[in-house]
Write a protein that binds this ligand. Structure first.
Ligand SMILES: Nc1ncnc2c1ncn2[C@@H]1O[C@H](COP(=O)(O)OP(=O)(O)O)[C@@H](O)[C@H]1O
Ligand SMILES: [Mg+2]
Length: 161
């Protein structure tokens, strides 16, 4: 997961700052393949870069988190260990009226020829296909934070015990 992010730092337009933090020690190993991870990250980072005035900031964080009963319920996940990826920007933000449509296929606010509206539906679809989920939190004019939860692989759990 971590090296997939490092590789993608280069895809951002110049002038944007990208920071990456995470719990290297626990280096979460997720039940997902590299192509899916790359696709998730590319879509989120591209969106963030497109929503930013130049010189703005994108923060990426990867942590291992334990999802409790109450959280699992609200996220429609099973209880357990997850890799939580957050991609946060201080760009345009998303208007409250649009937030519920943001993961819909073909929902785009970008001009014809620029946006397909498929990026986030692919992100959500991939996360769900690996037993995880995608959520968004945004304030118009302040910024946006996408959170992806992916279950930590069974093999890795056994190794840690
Ligand atoms: N980081 C972000 N900041 C502000 N708006 C965003 C962000 N990410 C996505 N959006 C909004 O969600 C819409 C859908 O995103 P996406 O599915 O990737 O399609 P596309 O990028 O092709 O428009 C975008 O058109 C934009 O309005
Ligand atoms: Mg996009």
């Amino acid at each position: 997961m971590r090296d997939a992010i490092d590789l993608l730092g280069d895809t951002l337009s110049p002038g944007n700052n990208l920071t990456i933090v995470g719990d290297d020690a626990a280096a979460p190993i997720v039940r997902a393949d590299r192509t899916s991870l790359t696709q998730i990250l590319t879509n989120l980072l591209t969106n963030a870069a497109e929503a930013l005035p130049s010189g703005a900031q994108i923060n990426v964080a990867v942590y291992t988190v334990s999802i409790s009963h109450s959280m699992a319920k609200s996220l429609s996940l099973s209880v357990g260990l997850y890799c939580r990826l957050t991609v946060e920007d201080n760009g345009t933000g998303i208007p409250a009226a649009e937030i519920s449509k943001i993961f819909d296929p073909f929902f785009t606010t970008k001009p014809q020829g620029k946006g397909t509206g498929l990026g986030l539906s692919v992100v959500a679809g991939l996360a769900q296909s690996w037993g995880g989920t995608a959520t968004v939190d945004s304030t118009e004019g302040m910024g946006t934070c996408f959170t992806i939860y992916l279950p930590v692989a069974e093999k890795h759990l056994q190794a840690a015990q």
